[in-house]
Design a protein around this ligand. Structure first.
Ligand SMILES: O=C(O)c1ccc[n+]([C@@H]2O[C@H](COP(=O)([O-])O)[C@@H](O)[C@H]2O)c1
Ligand SMILES: Cc1cc2nc[nH]c2cc1C
Length: 349
């Protein structure tokens, strides 16, 4: 698979830096905002960059085999919450009452939810929500492949198609969101596999499991890594062995945004893991991504470091859904406004 990914405009980045140095402020006084303003100029190829009016969050919802209750316990062995929450939350996103719905409204961003792999048939939701469904749930990665052959490619293609739909609809900025009980275990496995890290280092508490729960997650990730073996070296084989349809769809979404030259704000642990896999598929795509926020999950920190990304915000969020990235939108808009609206030192009376 090859992708025609545009290069950000380095001439515009240089012109932006020059213009920033000439604004009514001490040199460099706007810190990170200056870097973000120049990044946006390079993305848009203009100084100042265009406004970020149309921001869109796509929540990829799906279940993960690792969250299934065991014969001896009704609760998930790897999450503080039961897997039924995933399907229930799809309805909450549609009602507009989820965390990301509320936070997105604060910044005028839209939220779209897609059932990519919820373990159930959501017959009571609008048909467009299930239009890109790949399968119901996924294999439990410690004992079986997550996906059947060809499903990783289908999920990836679905994510690309969704990015195209949003960009054709006018999106200036895309945010990948995620909803899936158990998905922090899958994200940890992907990050460990991509970066060659031990499970013990990457696994966190997710929705809030205790030390015993975390130990179970570590064991699942270790078993998944052992099962995947050398397949971890090829991204689609990796997604098939220990990823999920949502991870594949999110990776496709990230790559297609880059193909179309549309900036992305990564969110938390799941989009960080998907971004690592997406970079293996299309290395140049990473130039179109920024990290919206720092999650509390260790695997996200490893992923962002490997991607060379410094999160814009650090609010201690661990909700997922795209919620943290949404909070960074006003920062990006502020960075743009400085270039568009501040006066120049040269004009001082
Ligand atoms: O992105 C994060 O920082 C994050 C950290 C912990 C949990 N989550 C969300 O919680 C769910 C996964 O948590 P868990 O414990 O079920 O693996 C999933 O729906 C994620 O969106 C998200
Ligand atoms: C209620 C709930 C909402 C979520 N949103 C993202 N992950 C979630 C996990 C739970 C449990």
């Amino acid at each position: 698979m090859t992708f025609d990914i545009p290069a950000p405009d380095e001439r515009a980045r240089g012109e932006a830096r020059e213009r920033l140095d000439g604004l009514v402020k001490p040199l460099g006084a706007l810190g990170r905002l200056e870097e973000l303003a120049a990044w946006l100029c390079a993305a848009h190829g203009t100084v100042p960059p265009r406004p970020l009016d149309d921001v869109r969050v796509v929540v990829f919802a799906g279940d993960h085999g690792v969250s299934a209750a065991s014969p001896v316990s009704a609760v998930s062995p790897v999450s503080a919450y039961p897997r039924e929450v995933t399907a229930a939350m799809v309805r909450v996103f549609l009602s507009g009452a989820s965390g990301v719905n509320v936070l997105a409204r604060q910044v005028g961003a839209r939220v779209r939810v897609l059932d990519v792999a919820v373990d159930g048939d959501l017959t009571d939701v609008p048909p467009e929500v299930t239009a890109h469904k790949v399968r119901r749930g996924s294999g439990a990665i410690d004992v079986a492949d997550a996906l059947e052959p060809g499903e990783a490619e289908r999920g990836f293609a679905a994510g690309r198609a969704v990015a195209d739909e949003e960009i054709d609809g006018g999106a200036d900025l895309l945010i990948p969101g995620d909803m899936g009980i158990g998905n922090t275990t899958v994200a940890s496995a992907l990050v460990a596999a991509c970066l060659g890290l031990p499970a013990e280092d990457v696994v966190g508490a997710g929705t809030g499991v205790d030390e015993r729960g975390r130990a179970r997650k570590v064991a699942v990730v270790e078993a998944a890594l052992a099962r995947a073996g050398s397949r971890a070296r090829e991204p689609f084989a990796l997604l098939t062995a220990l990823g999920s349809a949502c991870a594949a769809a999110t990776a496709g979404f990230l790559v297609q945004a880059a193909v179309r030259g549309v900036p992305v704000l990564l969110d938390g642990v799941f989009s960080g893991a998907a971004a690592l896999v997406a970079r293996e598929i299309a290395p140049e795509a990473a130039r179109w991504w920024l990290a919206g926020h720092r999650s509390t999950e260790p695997s996200q920190a490893f992923a962002l470091k490997a991607l060379g990304l410094e999160p814009i915000l650090d609010l201690g969020l661990r909700l997922g859904e795209g919620s943290g990235a949404v909070q960074a939108v006003p920062v990006l808009r502020a960075a743009r406004a400085t270039l568009a609206e501040m006066g120049r030192l040269a004009d001082l009376a």
